[in-house]
Design a protein around this ligand. Sequence first.
Ligand SMILES: Nc1nc2c(ncn2[C@@H]2O[C@H](COP(=O)(O)OP(=O)(O)O)[C@@H](O)[C@H]2O)c(=O)[nH]1
Ligand SMILES: [Mg+2]
Length: 399
Amino acid sequence: MGLNSTPMGERVHIGFFGRRNAGKSSLVNAFTNQNLSIVSDVKGTTTDPVYKSMELLPLGPVTIIDTPGLDDEGDLGNLRIKKCMEIVRKVDIAILVIDCGEGISEEDIKIYEMLRDRNIPTMLVMNKSDKYPDFKLFKHEKIDIPAKNILYVSAINGVGIEELKNRVAASMPEDKEEREIIPSDIGEGDIVVLVIPIDSSAPKGRLILPQQQVLRGLLDKGAIPVSCRDTELSVTLDEKGIKPKLVITDSQAFAKVNEVVNGRFPLTSFSILMAKYKGDYEWQLKGASAIDELNDGDKILIAEGCTHHRQCEDIGTVKLPKWLKEFTGKDLVFEYCSGLEFKDEDELPSYKLVIHCGGCMLNEREMKYRVELCKEKGVAVTNYGMAIAKMKGILDIVV
Ligand SMILES: Nc1nc2c(ncn2[C@@H]2O[C@H](COP(=O)(O)OP(=O)(O)O)[C@@H](O)[C@H]2O)c(=O)[nH]1
Ligand SMILES: [Mg+2]
């Protein structure tokens, strides 16, 4: 992530879908004005999704995703289709690319229905219009889509690309900007204490994403953030006499911070705020009580949105399993997944409980999908902060 860039989880995700060779990669290149995807007439050239962040006016920061074709064959093909499905569930806007000469296939209809069922605004883009002078005659009635969402373009000569950008910008879901990570009762002039432990697992020289986001959110509202480590919290509250409207701590320090706060001020954590911000909060809250029902041999999935985060890793693979074993006294089995991969619907029911990170690297759609899938499969799901609060006996205090 660059110094000035918007975090991936906050960007509008735009996915390019369609069969192999429809011209998805060529269109992504034309759309972004960059040659970032390999284009070729060999089917299956794009084997992994390609991500590209850019500014798309008037939309703002977006992430463009080029996908492998959904009509892949064979074992490797199935794997790619699975990857493609992982992308379908996180895009905010979809572009379904059709080769004018090939027309609409069964696979295209399948993809379209999948997108429609998920209420994802979709543009049907008939590509390679340069090759077909009578392209407007190509039929698309196999797909029931409003005319304003159909475009004839050419990735080769650029016809229709600007129009495509404008329409994509216009199809932006309206509620996207309204979410706020800061609780609504915090406003101008309110002091909020942020407790940020700096231990060996904290990244060198910087703050992690949820901390940055909360800090920025408070400044946006004209609130007054006061930051300190857990070791200085007592000085801050008792000696300096700071009286915050809210204390927000890293959940790992919950027990210690709760002792110092001692009921004087409302207390919550960065990860709990994150769960309220994206994901089904009430359901995750309920999920925390499943910890009481764990038994010997139960499988627990610890899921992280990022792959390279030392702090999360440490808490996910070391501290949480240790605390859970101590708290329950049971012989539990832990499994882990990270990054963009999550267990699919066949694997998920074998788990008794899923404990997810705050998901600062995942967008809202992806986070909601994961919680929803657990819900559908009857698997309890909660997040790091709530699980820790539950085990420290302060869940009702901090949510
Ligand atoms: N004539 C023409 N060819 C195109 C157009 N877009 C892509 N192609 C060609 O179609 C082939 C497949 O393109 P590619 O972007 O790799 O397709 P993908 O598999 O969907 O990513 C390549 O040979 C491209 O040069 C277009 O608008 N017009
Ligand atoms: Mg491609």
